[in-house]
Design a protein around this ligand. Structure first.
Ligand SMILES: *[C@@H]1O[C@H](CO)[C@@H](O)[C@H](O)[C@H]1NC(C)=O
Ligand SMILES: *[C@@H]1O[C@H](CO)[C@@H](O)[C@H](O)[C@H]1NC(C)=O
Ligand SMILES: *[C@@H]1O[C@H](CO)[C@@H](O)[C@H](O)[C@H]1NC(C)=O
Ligand SMILES: *[C@@H]1O[C@H](CO)[C@@H](O)[C@H](O)[C@H]1NC(C)=O
Ligand SMILES: *[C@@H]1O[C@H](CO)[C@@H](O)[C@H](O)[C@H]1NC(C)=O
Ligand SMILES: *[C@@H]1O[C@H](CO)[C@@H](O)[C@H](O)[C@H]1NC(C)=O
Ligand SMILES: *[C@@H]1O[C@H](CO)[C@@H](O)[C@H](O)[C@H]1NC(C)=O
Length: 924
């Protein structure tokens, strides 16, 4: 019995603590203010709402709404329609990215049926104009920002019609962030569209499906001019299977599990983008969630009317994401978009399936306004009077509208010109900071309980009117007041001032009232004055000498203290960099992590144009290649480096070496990549390895195809497209399955573009360098084609690009040598003897001829990467026993190659594919 009772109580306790636990499960950095609310409550999503009772202003009221679950919308807070601003202050963590959302449900709260229109601002920045156009529709505004101060203020102001009001204010903290942009110190991201395509119903996806509580609108909600013009043949598809969405703020799985497919080859939509035209951040999210047969492909491109550059990029989700049910998120971090956006995804001619789209997200860059010029000074003035109401208005003193007791000029970075603090219960002495308001013209401090002396106002040369009457000020009336050139009115009556009125003031043509100061006289006895002066001089001299001694002592002490300072500074700056640069793909490693992983740079893998590469192994067992960039390569600041690197990290393709992250400490610039077990193609072609383990011709073709696809992606899949500039066999790496990936892409940009004067230096490696680029300095994708042609020739011949011995007398260059032989019909003369007769001469011809096209002296006569790929695929088809596929048989040849890749994955015998392909119906 007693035991049972004990059990019961402990279960109760457990239950209780469990409930406590679930209650405090709210993610860190979530603040949900129920404006006008009276008590805490949790909504049906599990979000905890708290009343906004810390704000001192405004009136709360209730409206009637149907949905009981949305209690936060039953109440609101409204403010007077005057020319003041009304602000909420929220605490945030600096250097952290947040989403802030404000919502407004009018509900005819004032029984006036006047739809309100007013402004909302974040700090000094005008965020948006809220225009209510329906009493029962929730207006919502979202902004993504990087916090730079420990508090943010959201203010309502500038009411044009009706009363300004607010229903909820929601703050959501991000983790790392996909929202890092190179511009985030100058621009907020104002969210215009975040759409979940193929949605199950009209409900948005948000918390808890999205741990950051972003609202993914359903594409089924179609409003006037929003998500219209849908192409015929558009179909919803969905899956229950999990989707690998990576980490951080990538879209939640639920959003990625649904999509639309353009069965007729196109997906089209039109939507209005609030806040545009302008520059924006636009990303698309794809995951292949249909099980396509091996003979089906899905390739498509985005087409924006009037933006021909953009339609170049080809999306092949499965290839880009490196698998099915995985996220691929191409996008533009700075693109110019119109207000009415029509977009289309169209399938490419060689694709069997129409395009697929899971989600999009578009935000506008909202320029962050400069804080007002005197912001810091004013902040320090109000900090003294924290408890008084006038000191709690919040937000920027001048922007977007000034505090009720200030006037500011109309500069973009405004200065305070008038301070009106009459009868405000101020105590203590006159804040010295007031004398630092350099633009000040009027100062009203009358009717307070101010004590102490009148400070020196020479720092405010524009002062015209000074009201200090009716206080308890003591001391003299400073003669410096006479030096204010514009002074016209000075009121100091009814204080406790003493001494004499400075003659300078009396002689000035100003309004001066100093009555009611018992000990303040117009003129005093001259003789006494002289005594005072001499006495004053003596005292002054004594003070000077004493001051000198003290300051000497202080300086010496200061010098001692100084020694410890540098350490402190370094600590701070390194902390800053780690926090600023964490982004989704570009993980920021610490130097000590790198040192441990590489055992202090023990094993050198190689060295190249950009630096030395070391082997490493992370704690989790992941093997890495650590590239220590040479000093003379990176000419950029930390931030530029980090931005560049983080953009680099968004380039994903199965034939590009994976970029894991970077480290920038102690003057070292380090990039971390996946480790490629089988080293470089160069070693396999003509190193000591080559003799032992020759690579067969078919394998060489596959390597060519794989690296070509990687390069094609750099050229056509990235916007702006990336030119590698340094393609060579030592930049083609082989993984444990001997699959090829291109490395070192994007680095030339990193090293060169930061400072314009070096960008004129020709980069690249002798033997691979496009002669036209060398002469004209005009870089295009065709320069990479040239280099790739050289690589093809190396694959055919097994000879290095430049050699003193291999090519006979008077020839050091593989291009010249191969050209001579091929043009004379002597292909045997250049074929690598290691290959024996394990090749089909036709496929050899195809590659040799294409290679010569690639190394044409003039860029415009060279083929594109996709043409080269076709040729390689044809050559592979020939080797696999097909009867000489021609290049228009794309589906067939790509079938061969994809089948073959699949087999290689399982380490299968390539000959197997021959039998299987025979078993399948021919494309003819
Ligand atoms: C309401 O919630 C806030 C924040 O979670 C908490 O600080 C406060 O104590 C709660 N108030 C009541 C009355 O429970
Ligand atoms: C935020 O990041 C931390 C550390 O990387 C991770 O443990 C946590 O799960 C992340 N939170 C979310 C909601 O992704
Ligand atoms: C689109 O496909 C549907 C069937 O899926 C067909 O009925 C319709 O005619 C097609 N429309 C166009 C414009 O091709
Ligand atoms: C985006 O690009 C335009 C033009 O290329 C440029 O003027 C602008 O400063 C860039 N950045 C942002 C945040 O708009
Ligand atoms: C694709 O493969 C399926 C079976 O896997 C077959 O029924 C179909 O005919 C093939 N289509 C083409 C175009 O080869
Ligand atoms: C000043 O203090 C008095 C008494 O404490 C109070 O009644 C009055 O409202 C205060 N005035 C202002 C402007 O704060
Ligand atoms: C000076 O101030 C006193 C007290 O406020 C007032 O009675 C008097 O009229 C003022 N004198 C002038 C010249 O304004």
């Amino acid at each position: 019995m007693g035991f049972n009772r004990f059990l019961f109580i402990s279960i109760l306790l457990l239950l209780h603590s469990f409930m406590e636990f679930t209650k405090s499960q709210m993610p860190a950095g979530f603040i949900s203010l129920d404006c006008g609310g009276d008590k805490n409550h949790t909504d049906n999503l599990g979000l905890e709402w708290t009343p906004d009772d810390e704000i001192k202003y405004g009136t709360t009221t209730k409206i009637s709404i149907e949905n009981e679950n949305r209690r936060q919308y039953q109440t609101l807070r409204y403010f007077p329609a005057d020319n003041r601003k009304y602000c909420y202050s929220l605490n945030v963590k600096t250097r952290t990215r947040y989403l802030i959302r404000a919502t407004f449900l009018y509900g005819n709260f004032d029984n006036n049926n006047v739809y309100p229109k007013f402004d909302i601002s974040l700090g000094p920045t005008h965020w948006s104009t809220i225009v209510i156009s329906d009493a029962n529709t929730i207006e919502s505004q979202e902004l993504i920002f990087l916090a730079s101060d420990p508090t943010i203020s959201i203010c309502l102001s500038n009411s044009k019609t009706g009363l300004p009001f607010i229903s909820t204010l929601e703050l959501r903290q991000f983790n790392g962030s996909i929202y890092l942009t190179p511009f985030e110190n100058q621009f907020f991201l104002s969210v215009s569209a975040r759409i979940n395509f193929g949605a199950e119903n009209e409900d948005p996806v948000r918390y808890p499906d999205d741990p950051f509580d972003r609202i993914w609108q359903s594409d089924l909600v179609k409003k006037a001019n929003y998500l219209v013009d849908v192409a015929s043949g558009t179909q919803k598809v969905s899956t229950k299977l999990p989707i690998d969405v990576g980490k951080d703020e990538l879209p939640p799985q639920k959003v990625m599990q649904t999509a639309v497919v353009g069965r007729n080859g196109s997906l089209t939509y039109r939507l209005n983008l609030d806040g545009f035209p302008g520059f924006g951040w636009a990303y698309t999210y794809f995951a292949e969630i249909e099980d396509l047969n091996q003979n089906k492909t899905r390739k498509f491109r985005l087409i924006l009317p009037g933006a021909p550059d953009i339609s170049k990029a080809i999306v092949n989700i499965q290839e880009n994401a490196q698998g099915k049910y995985r996220l691929y998120e191409p996008g533009f971090y700075n693109i110019s978009l119109p207000f009415v956006l029509s977009f289309r995804f169209g399938k490419t001619s060689d694709s069997t399936e129409g395009p697929l789209l899971n989600a999009i997200e578009i935000s506008r860059y909202l320029e962050i306004a400069d804080a007002s010029f005197d912001g810091g000074v004013v902040a320090s003035i109000v900090s003294v009077y924290k408890s008084l109401e006038w000191a709690q208005e919040g937000g920027d003193p001048c922007l977007p509208v000034p505090w009720s007791w200030l006037e500011c000029d109309s500069d973009p970075q405004p200065k305070v010109i008038s301070v009106k603090l009459s009868n405000k219960n101020m105590t203590g002495s006159i804040p010295l900071d007031l004398t630092k308001l350099t633009g000040l013209e009027e100062l009203w401090l009358d009717g307070n309980a101010l004590t102490g002396q009148i400070p020196d106002f020479t720092g405010c040369p524009n002062l015209k009117i000074i009201h200090l009457e009716n206080n308890r000020l003591t001391g003299h009336l400073p003669s410096s007041l006479a030096n204010l050139p514009n002074l016209s009115k000075l009121y100091v009556q009814n204080n406790l001032l003493s001494g004499s009125v400075p003659p300078g003031l009396l002689n000035k043509n100003i309004v001066l009232n100093y009555t009611g100061n018992k000990n303040l006289h117009k003129q005093s006895n001259d003789g006494r004055n002289i005594v005072y002066i001499i006495f004053g001089l003596l005292v002054g001299a004594a003070v000077l000498i004493l001051g000198f001694i003290i300051s000497c002592l202080l300086i010496r002490k200061g010098k001692k203290d100084h020694k410890q300072e540098p350490k402190h500074i370094m600590h701070v700056s390194s902390m800053n960099t780690t926090t600023t640069t964490t982004s989704e793909g570009a993980r920021c490693f610490t130097l000590s992590e790198i040192r441990i992983a590489t055992k202090d740079f023990e094993k050198k893998l190689g060295s190249g144009g950009f630096g030395t590469v070391y082997y490493g192994k992370l704690n989790d067992g992941k093997e890495i290649a650590v590239k220590l960039l040479g000093n003379n390569n990176i000419h950029q600041g930390k931030k530029e480096f980090a931005n560049e690197v983080s953009l680099l990290s968004r380039i994903h393709h199965r034939n590009l070496v994976k970029f894991y992250g970077f480290c920038q400490e102690e003057g070292m610039d380090i990039l971390v990549y996946e480790f490629m077990h089988n080293g470089t193609l160069k070693e396999h072609l003509y190193g000591p390895l080559a003799k032992e383990q020759r690579i067969r011709w078919i394998k060489r073709l596959e390597i060519a195809q794989e690296s070509a696809k990687g390069i094609e992606y750099l050229h056509t899949g990235c916007v702006p497209s990336i030119i590698h500039r340094d393609l060579k066999t030592s930049n083609i790496l082989l993984d444990h399955n001997m699959k090829a990936k291109v490395s070192d892409f994007g680095l030339s940009k990193l090293a060169v573009d930061g400072t314009s004067h070096v960008s004129s230096i020709v980069r690249g490696t002798l033997g691979y360098l496009d002669p036209e680029y060398y002469i004209s300095n005009h870089l295009t994708e065709k320069s990479d084609i040239y280099s790739f042609g050289v690589i093809l020739l190396e694959l055919v011949s097994g000879k290095e690009a430049i050699s003193n011995e291999s090519f006979g007398i008077n020839c050091r260059n593989i291009v010249q040598w191969a050209k001579f032989h091929i043009e004379n019909g002597d292909i045997q003369g250049i074929i690598d003897p290691c290959l024996g007769d394990d090749y089909d001469i036709q496929s050899m011809w195809k590659i040799a001829e294409k290679a010569l096209m690639c190394v044409q002296p003039h860029a415009n006569t060279r083929p594109s990467m996709s043409e080269v790929i076709k040729e390689i695929q044809d050559a592979i088809a020939i080797e696999k026993g097909g009867e000489g596929g021609s290049s228009d048989e794309i589906s067939r040849t790509s079938f061969h190659s994809s089948l073959n890749m699949g087999l290689l994955d399982h380490g299968g015998d390539p000959y197997l594919s021959f039998h299987e392909s025979v078993a399948l119906p021919s494309a003819r």
